[in-house]
Design a protein around this ligand. Sequence first.
Ligand code: FMN
Length: 360
Amino acid sequence: VAWPSTRLTELLGITVPIVQAPMAGGPTTPELVAAVSEAGALGSIGAATLQPDELRAAIRRVRELTARPFAVNLFAPHERPEPDPDVVEAIDAVLAPLRRELGLPEPDRSGSLVPPYPFEELVDVLIAERVPVFSFTFGIPPLDQIRETGARIIGTATTVADAEAVERAGVDAVVAQGSEAGGHRGTFDEGDGPPLVGTLALVPQVVDRVGVPVVASGGIADGRGLAAALVLGAGGAQIGTAFLTCPESGIPDMYRRAVLEAGDVDTVVSAAQTGRSARMIRTPLVEELERAGVPFAPYPAQGALVFDFWLAAAELDRAELRLLLAGQATALTRSLPAGELVGTIAAETEAALAGGASGR
Ligand SMILES: Cc1cc2nc3c(=O)[nH]c(=O)nc-3n(C[C@H](O)[C@H](O)[C@H](O)COP(=O)(O)O)c2cc1C
């Protein structure tokens, strides 16, 4: 590809300025990650929902498939409080009619609603395995030990202030995540609601304020988008939704169908499914919870409150009962094999930057 290398490509040892977004919860299989890295971009394992032995196995599998660099991504650890019983009761009351309709039993709320997050053990794995790149979201985790391994480090920001904080923590690059992005908002502290600055506005403001390379993220799915990101001053783009529908992606068919059917207005930012704001496909379950106007439980307990619906989604083959994280660019996705998608976006970007064709 003829475009000049960027500081980002040099930093990461890649030839195409694309980072395949880490997507926790299944999509980023070792096959997807390795195919992306083999094609010259940076594949990323979304590891935040893996157990340490699963992460070790995933890293080793990627290494069997490619010798190129790849990333492992974790969520910064946070307090994970048990929810207020009144909140649990109110949400269960909203969901009771839907449970009856689906024949789901009343859930047992006697145990903990907070699944463990073995952050330190996961970090031990990525240190022992000497992963080439570590990326993170939701704040700033301890970085010293990881930095000592020589790993490149990438942090996520959804505002200029968060980007500056990530840079101060000593990262090598910052992902500027605009509000079009699928998945959780990387915002450190959501306060009364997540900031929703769009990619087009956020990227140049972050570029103006930080010295490290910036990776544009959110709503970018083809060469037009990547070219725009580069023109805005980014060193590359972190792309999630467009990789969800690749054959190597680990999502069930019903999720894949839902992404392929979703149009520009079919996603919403909601905390209804996990307790933290995330962009997802607007489904009746999300709408029902939003309309009820009840407060949601904190992350990740809210996810436990609706988990029986996620399980039922698989059994009943009803995608709309599941958490369907996806961004605003669903309609731009193509179901190409991941390596081909990287090559196609690279060629489109080159055309767009040369001012030719449509760039798609
Ligand atoms: C299904 C899904 C899961 C995601 N999981 C993560 C994650 O585990 N860690 C992370 O840093 N970002 C995660 N993201 C956000 C991406 O890193 C990225 O910001 C986003 O996908 C970019 O927007 P796009 O989906 O429009 O390409 C996820 C996104 C999606 C769509």
